[in-house]
Design a protein. Structure first.
Ligand SMILES: Cc1cc2nc3c(=O)[nH]c(=O)nc-3n(C[C@H](O)[C@H](O)[C@H](O)COP(=O)(O)OP(=O)(O)OC[C@H]3O[C@@H](n4cnc5c(N)ncnc54)[C@H](O)[C@@H]3O)c2cc1C
Length: 479
């Protein structure tokens, strides 16, 4: 079959952030593109992830701020008790979802991407099958395929969800009601963001974590200070080193807790609702991957840094995968970046991704962010590669803007190579940490060193001076 005989140059399966950016970029490059979507356009981020959760965090963050009488009185501001309408907060999130979903769909149509509704699968080499909701099946030929099917919430064995009293983030973003007492299973970024939302809106939270300490995925020093503000100062009780082994929906919801070490049942809790935030699993079932020789690893599709699908170290021709289904830094901007890189490679421009430059943020109040290496990984690499490691900490309490805002709890930890001065990673907790991390991410992407970065002039008074101070401290350690 010659290229012109294909129905499309490229078929993208899944219209989440990864699929969207890939399809748009490919169409702008002049390829004939189709995108297959079985549910709502926009995928997790737009419909059930970043967009609605950030809308809820924005609204509940305002409630928290206005209800923080002690904090406001330090400015000499006195407010009356805050009133809020849950339904309107929920509408704000839903309207934003609709708006962004519509814009995204229009963008794809405008650039000439054909949207095919239905469940896609690979139908042997260079063919994609699509079954629509009426059961009508069609087969399309294409030169290249990008799998961008994303992920879904993981619900551990023993937990039954009814979507009303026991639910995942898919339902939580709708904010259909406010339980008086909610247990959140998992203390990763999704669990923390919802704890932020629920406590701001007056709910009591019990956070249950299977690992020894809560917030296990964050830098330990950042966790220490973040925990004080985000957990200990709020209506949050924590239980770590325990598994929620059985959860039965109802009124009340029953939770059986088992000690992670002894494996003995230690407690039965009765709460009004449970949010299960125990991670996400790849959407790779039903894709008929075996027809082109793809085997998954725990459901994730293995790729190389060009997004080409790999099996047993061999490239599967004409098949690429991007986004959560690949299990690499499961974030919207990772998926989007991978989508663009896949298309560049399809177009013959060899491009690779560098995951060390991709920042991550948790949009609590205040925020947590990170980029590059963790301290532990950096220590190991420095031993292996024989260089001396530098670590400096810069504090928000020494920053004029943070002090003016009366929000000076915060820290930036900068990890760098003392021999070359190159920035290796950063971890931040504090006001607008999600914005501040970008400067460090850019420095890593540009392979810049702290001696040079320390000379760059930052606006005064801004939070960016927290980064400047860290660069200056680091530069002082370079021989
Ligand atoms: C509550 C929450 C908050 C989040 N907040 C953030 C955040 O603040 N910042 C951030 O960067 N990330 C955030 N994320 C993560 C982010 O949403 C995901 O990393 C991102 O959506 C992944 O994009 P994707 O394109 O890989 O997959 P998805 O967005 O999951 O999209 C995949 C699409 O493929 C479709 N699909 C699946 N199988 C098929 C098939 N066989 N045929 C056709 N279509 C199919 C699905 O219906 C879906 O629309 C959040 C996630 C959650 C759950």
């Amino acid at each position: 079959m010659t290229e012109s005989n294909f129905d499309f140059d490229l078929i993208v399966i899944g219209a989440g952030y990864g699929g969207f950016d890939a399809a748009k970029h490919a169409a702008e490059k002049g390829l004939r593109v189709a995108i297959v979507e079985t549910a709502e356009m926009g995928g997790t981020c737009v419909n059930r992830g970043c967009v609605p959760s950030k809308a809820l965090l924005a609204a509940s963050g305002k409630v928290r701020e206005i209800a923080n009488y002690d904090h406001l009185s330090k400015f000499g501001i006195h407010t009356s008790p805050v009133r809020f309408e849950r339904a309107k907060i929920s509408d704000h999130a839903n309207n934003l979802v609709l708006n962004i979903r519509e814009n995204l769909t229009k963008t794809l149509t405008r650039v000439g991407v054909q949207i095919i509704r239905g469940f896609g699968r690979i139908e042997q080499h260079q063919k994609v099958g699509v079954r629509d909701k009426n059961g009508i099946d069609q087969i399309f030929s294409c030169k290249d395929i990008i799998i961008a099917t994303g992920s879904s919430p993981f619900v551990p064995k023993g937990i039954s969800c009814d979507g009303r009293t026991v639910f995942t983030s898919d339902e939580a973003v709708k904010l259909e009601w406010l339980p008086r007492w909610i247990a959140i299973i998992g203390s990763g970024y999704i669990g923390l963001e919802f704890a932020d939302i629920y406590t701001a809106l007056g709910c009591e939270v019990t956070m249950i974590e299977a690992l020894e300490n809560i917030m296990p995925t964050f830098d330990p020093d950042i966790t220490k200070i973040a925990k004080k503000t985000l957990v200990q100062s709020r209506d949050i009780e924590t239980k770590s080193n325990v598994f929620a082994t059985k959860i039965t929906p109802g009124c009340p919801v029953n939770i059986e807790l088992t000690d992670a070490t002894t494996k003995k049942i230690i407690e039965n809790l009765e709460v009004d609702a449970v949010l299960v935030a125990t991670g996400r699993i790849p959407n790779s079932k039903g894709l008929n991957l075996g027809s082109v020789g793809i085997e998954t690893s725990r459901g994730f599709i293995t790729i190389n840094d060009q997004m080409r699908v790999i099996n047993d170290k061999k490239i599967i021709p004409n098949v690429y995968a991007v986004g959560d289904v690949t299990g690499k830094l499961m974030l919207a901007h990772t998926a989007a970046a991978q989508g663009v890189i896949a298309v560049e490679n399809i177009c013959g421009n060899s491009k690779e991704i560098n995951y060390k430059t991709i920042p991550a943020a948790t949009f609590t109040h205040p925020e947590i962010s990170s980029v590059g290496l963790s301290e532990n990984d950096a220590k190991e690499i420095s031993k292996k590669d024989n260089f001396s490691l530098g670590i400096v900490k810069s504090y928000f309490k020494a920053n004029s803007k943070a002090l003016a805002e009366l929000e000076s709890d915060g820290m930036l930890k900068l990890i760098f190579n003392k021999d070359s001065g190159k920035v290796l990673g950063a971890h931040i907790f504090g006001l607008h940490a999600a914005d501040l991390i970008q400067e460090v991410a850019n420095a890593i992407a540009r392979n810049q060193d702290v001696t040079q970065l320390a000379t760059e002039i930052h606006t005064h008074p801004t939070l960016s001076e927290v980064v400047e101070v860290a660069y200056k401290q680091a530069a002082a350690q370079i021989k």
